[in-house]
Ligand binder design. Structure first.
Ligand code: GDP
Ligand code: MG
Length: 162
């Protein structure tokens, strides 16, 4: 049985872009419009000879009031079915309320969590990634899902967490 890794986080942080990077092809839908991934979508992936299933999540409806609750609920379903969780945050905008809502769900789940500080496209943004230590989930892995920067170290950490 392949281990399942759920990719969670608020809209527009780059979850689907990161999933595409991990699965090595363009399959997950990436758009500038937040919330385009309506459901949880699973993909087969392989890293260092190990097979895994990566679950892209979304499900956000453009209802500002219920947004945090809906994201947390979507994340909760994916997390329940996962062996490990990859939490994606956007290093360029810092920690948001919705990030913290997802972190609360993660704490309750007791699943292993790896933290990806995404959109670290260059060296200059790495200091901003370090601010993600404040989420209390341990070491943030700086990555650029768009360019692939740091994704190898991140995947090593994901496999080590399984
Ligand atoms: P999701 O809603 O979390 O699935 O986010 P998407 O993967 O759809 O990406 C949202 C937007 O962020 C798109 O315009 C992506 O091109 C952009 N994006 C994703 N990853 C990166 C990254 O590493 N660097 C930069 N600069 N933009 C990114
Ligand atoms: Mg998406």
């Amino acid at each position: 049985v392949k281990p399942v890794v759920a990719v969670v986080g608020r809209p527009n942080v780059g979850k689907s872009t990161l999933v595409n990077r991990i699965i090595g092809r363009r399959a997950a839908v990436v758009q500038d419009v937040p919330g385009v991934t309506r459901d949880r979508v699973s993909y087969d992936a392989r890293w260092n000879g190990r097979e895994l299933v990566v679950v892209d999540t979304g499900g956000w409806a453009p209802d500002a009031q219920g947004m945090a609750a809906q994201i947390a609920e979507q994340a909760e379903l994916a997390i329940a079915a996962a062996d490990a969780v990859l939490l994606v945050v956007d290093a360029t905008v810092g920690i948001q309320d919705v990030d913290e809502a997802v972190v609360r769900v993660l704490r309750r789940s007791n699943k292993p969590v790896v933290l990806a500080a995404n959109k670290v496209d260059d060296q200059r943004t790495e200091a901003e990634a370090a601010a993600m230590w404040n989420l209390g989930l341990g070491e943030p892995f700086p990555v650029s899902a768009l360019h692939g920067r740091g994704s190898g170290d991140l995947l090593d950490a994901v496999l080590a967490a399984l």
